[in-house]
Design a protein around this ligand. Structure first.
Ligand code: BGC
Length: 289
């Protein structure tokens, strides 16, 4: 590391080559460049909590000046945050929070609220009975659990809508395709699909094509990756819930810089969330920042 850098921060993502995490990295690197920070982006090659926890521990041992990390379920994560704080290494959770940990701040979506938005759009834009299949990134991911809880909380008020089954995509497009195929085979009455992580919508459309259904399925996705927006444009996805990963990355570095001097008063920093449908596409120009 060159002497010109003021600080060395680590950003630990859920998985290396994931378009959503690459946007977080991009935002974080921009803020790092503006502030002469050395930012290291690391992640398991494929989503894997064990590996992420090991990387987290390794960064604590490397005595970096701050760690921005996706929150992980379970006591070991809480213990590692404690270990870091004891060694004066501030921790920020990004994308997924672990409120019970001693993290200094969370930067990201209010995931429960985001799940509620997915429920709201389904209530507002469907008619008649909706038998819902949920594709979720990983059952063990806290943000996915929060989104599903938010979704449930809203649809419970509408007797037309019920959840029939859930499957994991392992946060991959192919995983979402396979999960969709299996969901529909096992539950032919499903006529609405909700994807809870960034590549699920894209995979779901593919899965539907494979099973060659001729019924109309109402599809809600997550995130505004270019391919998802294309599928909204071509009417294959009905709505998506926008998150702002680049902003998360950028703000997390700025907050980490502040934490080098003092603790924050406000430690839950929610980035924006919104429902995007076809008619909203023109207004999300530049949404990635
Ligand atoms: C979630 C991330 C996840 C990503 C997977 C996003 O919607 O917020 O936690 O890693 O999807 O593609």
């Amino acid at each position: 590391m060159s002497k010109d850098y003021t600080h060395h921060f680590a950003l630990i993502a859920e998985e290396t080559e994931n378009d959503y995490w690459r946007l977080i990295e991009q935002g974080a690197k921009e803020a790092a460049a503006e502030n002469d920070i050395y930012l290291e982006y690391i992640a398991p090659q494929k989503a894997d909590n064990e590996q992420l926890l090991r990387l987290f521990d390794r960064m604590i041992a490397a005595k970096v000046d701050g760690i921005i990390v996706q929150g992980i379920e379970g006591q070991r994560f809480v213990d590692l945050v404690h270990k870091a704080i004891e060694r004066n290494i501030p921790i920020i959770t990004i994308d997924t929070d672990v409120k019970s940990s001693e993290r200094k701040a969370y930067v990201g979506t209010d995931n429960f609220y985001a799940g509620k938005l997915a429920g709201k759009t389904m209530i507002e834009n469907t008619k008649g009975e909706q038998f819902v299949g949920i594709i979720t990134g990983r059952f063990e991911a806290i943000n996915q659990q929060e989104r599903i809880a938010g979704f449930k909380a809203v649809i419970e008020s509408d007797p037309r809508i019920q959840i029939v089954a859930k499957k994991e995509s392992n946060i991959t497009e192919i995983g979402a395709t396979q999960a969709t195929y299996a969901l529909l085979k096992e539950n032919p009455k499903i006529n609405a699909l909700v994807g809870m992580s960034a590549l699920d919508g894209i995979g779901m459309v593919e899965g539907l094509q494979e099973i060659a259904l001729n019924k109309d399925v109402y599809i809600t996705a997550f995130d505004v990756l270019p391919e998802t927006l294309d599928l909204i444009r071509s009417n294959k996805i009905d709505a998506t819930i926008a998150q702002y990963p680049k902003v998360m990355g950028f703000e997390s570095v700025e907050v980490m810089i502040d934490l080098q001097k003092q603790d924050l008063l406000e430690n839950q920093i929610f980035t924006d969330t919104g429902i995007i449908k076809r008619q909203d596409l023109p207004k999300i120009h530049g949404v990635m920042r």
